[in-house]
Design a protein around this ligand. Structure first.
Ligand code: KIV
Length: 257
């Protein structure tokens, strides 16, 4: 495991881990200063392209956005989501993960699932590709977005999967919409950091979609907290520009050649 990844793991039980998503350079360079991990999430499918699910996101889309993000991320760990249908078997996963890493220079990839993807994860790690796991709600295969871990049987599967992921060698795992006491138990059980989204304060860190955080994306999910209203600021700026142009107040001599 490389030093950057090891330092990330060492944060467990020492300091809370901060993670946000970025899909482009400008946002990445702002959030990088405050993050430990910047995720190029396949949530970009719904957030930027209005896809009904992340299933339609392609490898090329992830690579192009990640190349942009790479220019903005200087200090955080940069992780890229492997999109749907790009890791159906070990051979396909290895070839696509290598492509993502060589073209984007990211530090690691993330993929969704537990027992089903364990062999794939082992193959990637054997080939020196750092992997982040993702359990709970799995948007690439979800039929509903209800939180996970209410029923005993489901809890057992998620807990088992968290141990399988750890044993396979993931350096961290996202817990998405996992019931609080289960997220707490997983966080206590595994030695690698858990990063929660809708999975309680008990996780080692938290991740949010930046567009949700800043009020650019309109989803109403329980796990979202809006920290600013960028939509209003962009709207106000565009309106002021419009008024200035209509009144011939812009451009002035200062802004002309
Ligand atoms: O795609 C994404 O942005 C994610 C986070 C919500 C964890 O997977």
């Amino acid at each position: 495991m490389n030093k950057k990844i090891l330092n990330f793991i060492k944060k467990k039980n020492k300091s809370k881990i901060i993670s946000l998503t970025a899909y482009s350079k400008n946002i990445a360079s702002i959030i990088d200063k405050h993050c430990d991990l910047v995720l190029v999430g396949d949530s970009l499918g719904s957030v930027l392209y209005s896809f009904s699910s992340t299933k339609k996101v392609t490898l090329d889309m992830m690579i192009e956005h990640s190349k942009s993000v790479r220019m903005g991320v200087k200090k955080s760990l940069m992780v890229v989501d492997m999109p749907h249908n790009t890791y159906r078997n070990s051979k396909e996963a290895l070839s696509n993960a290598k492509k993502i890493i060589s073209k984007t220079k990211c530090d690691a990839i993330k993929l969704e699932g537990g027992k089903k993807v364990i062999q794939i994860i082992k193959t990637l790690i054997k080939n020196k590709i750092p992997v982040m796991g993702h359990l709970g709600v799995l948007p690439q295969s979800a039929t509903n977005f209800k939180f996970k871990g209410k029923e005993t049987a489901e809890r057992k599967i998620i807990l088992r999967d968290s141990k399988l992921l750890e044993d396979a060698g993931v350096f961290s795992m996202v817990l998405e919409c996992v019931e609080s006491s289960l997220a707490k138990e997983i966080t206590k059980t595994v030695k690698v950091p858990t990063i929660g989204i809708g999975a309680s304060v008990h996780c080692d860190g938290q991740v949010l979609v930046t567009d949700d955080l800043i009020g650019l994306n309109k989803i109403k999910a329980r796990f979202v907290k809006r920290y600013s209203n960028i939509e209003k600021q962009i709207n106000d700026a565009a309106l002021k520009f419009k008024k200035d142009v209509i009144r011939s107040k812009f451009p002035t001599k200062k802004h002309s050649y």
